[in-house]
Design a protein around this ligand. Structure first.
Ligand code: ADP
Ligand code: MG
Length: 359
């Protein structure tokens, strides 16, 4: 049976686009977010504004919905465990736990035979220097294990004085150190998996960043079909091993010698899949809602090649040329304050389809 009311934890643009996709399926949405007047609440049927640890508010929320999902990966795992006692929650906390912590994420990926950059868990600046010597590397990236996004909580270090300065800034937070991958480019794959284990894929998309924030996703990515298939296969292995019900994304590096290394898991719909709203019959958001609500996921049915460009900060004030372009599909997220680095919307530029891939 299809669930008729979907609860979404998180009120950002991913929740907004999921609510819009739900609407198309005749499914209502209730948003739970600490943020008043959030992007998702502007399009959902109802919103509860409360903290993720407020059990009374969570239980009121659970009574209003048939099934629950989330659009934000830093929801406390305890919140999901609590809600699960009241209503089904998909994807479950297994995926969330892995995706919230870079050490668990890398260990899990390696345990299912998905390669990543070399990594270590230093506890002192001396550990970093020792590992750099072992690796024969001149520098590395340090990342806080939790709460990093858009390059925040990351530092490139290459000598003792840099390591010591950054160590003070890190201030006792747990960190992972990673070898710097000399990649050719970055790609991502999105998978939707339903209750029967059927999977549909989006991408790979080619992703370029500006100031560590996704700037552009190009579909199809300019990779061989063998490499694209390998990337899909890795993402499918990951989805099966967490028994995914919903959508996840895998970010990957393509190294200069054509090796694929997994970088990061998103336990949700992903910015590098926003093009699917306009270039596909079934978007990542629709397939997410389908999977969570008990419907089968459907083939994306991509009908166009495309480029998705994020509108970051002031970019939102320069839409005139896109408004005059018949191939440009503009999406704004309803955020009132324009701030540098803030994702205000995106534009997908449709192009004639030139390849045979479905997603
Ligand atoms: N080990 C690495 N080697 C080279 N570049 C990296 C590495 N890790 C991250 N980066 C670069 O930094 C970006 C952000 O890192 P990521 O781990 O995806 O964190 P987040 O997206 O959460 O900020 C990546 O997309 C990539 O461009
Ligand atoms: Mg990333």
């Amino acid at each position: 049976m299809t669930h008729k009311t979907l609860g979404i934890l998180g009120g950002g643009q991913l929740g907004r686009m999921s609510a819009q996709a739900a609407e198309k399926l005749g499914i209502q949405t209730v948003i739970f977010t600490p943020e008043p007047d959030s992007p998702a609440s502007q399009v959902a049927q109802e919103t509860i504004v409360a903290n993720y640890t407020d059990e009374d508010a969570l239980s009121v929320f659970s009574e209003k919905v048939d099934v629950i999902s989330y659009e934000f990966e830093n929801i406390p795992v305890e919140t999901i465990k609590y809600l699960k006692t009241l209503k089904p929650v998909y994807p479950d906390e297994r995926l969330l736990e892995v995706a919230q912590d870079r050490v668990k994420e890398k260990s899990f990926l390696n345990s299912i035979k998905i390669d990543t950059a070399r990594w270590a868990t230093p506890e002192t600046p001396a550990d970093i220097e020792k590992t750099l010597t072992e690796w024969g590397a001149a520098s590395c990236i340090l990342k806080t294990t939790r709460f990093g996004y858009d390059g925040k909580g990351q530092w490139r270090v290459s000598n003792t004085s840099e390591i010591e300065t950054v160590w003070i800034e890190i201030d006792n937070q747990p960190v992972i150190m990673e070898e710097i991958v000399d990649f050719d480019f970055e790609i991502s794959v999105i998978v939707a998996r339903d209750k029967d284990g059927h999977m549909e894929f989006y991408g790979p998309a080619l992703n370029t960043h500006k100031n560590h924030i996704l700037h552009k996703s190009t579909v199809p990515a300019p990779v061989s079909s063998a490499l694209a298939d390998k990337a899909l296969q890795m993402t499918g292995t990951l989805a099966r091993s967490v028994d995914l019900r919903g959508v996840l994304a895998l970010e990957l590096f393509v190294t200069k010698d054509g090796t694929l290394l997994a970088n990061e898991i998103a336990p949700r719909t992903h910015n590098s899949g926003h093009w699917s709203i306009d270039s596909c019959a079934v978007s990542q958001f629709e397939n997410h809602v389908r999977a969570v609500c008990g419907l089968p996921v459907l083939p994306p049915g991509r009908h166009s090649d495309c480029e998705m460009i994020n509108l970051i900060g002031e970019d939102i004030n320069h839409l005139e040329s896109y408004r005059r372009d018949k191939n440009a599909c503009i999406h704004l997220y309803g955020k009132h304050d324009v701030k540098p680095g803030r994702k205000m919307g995106h534009v997908t530029i449709l192009k004639e389809k030139n390849d045979v891939r479905k997603g």
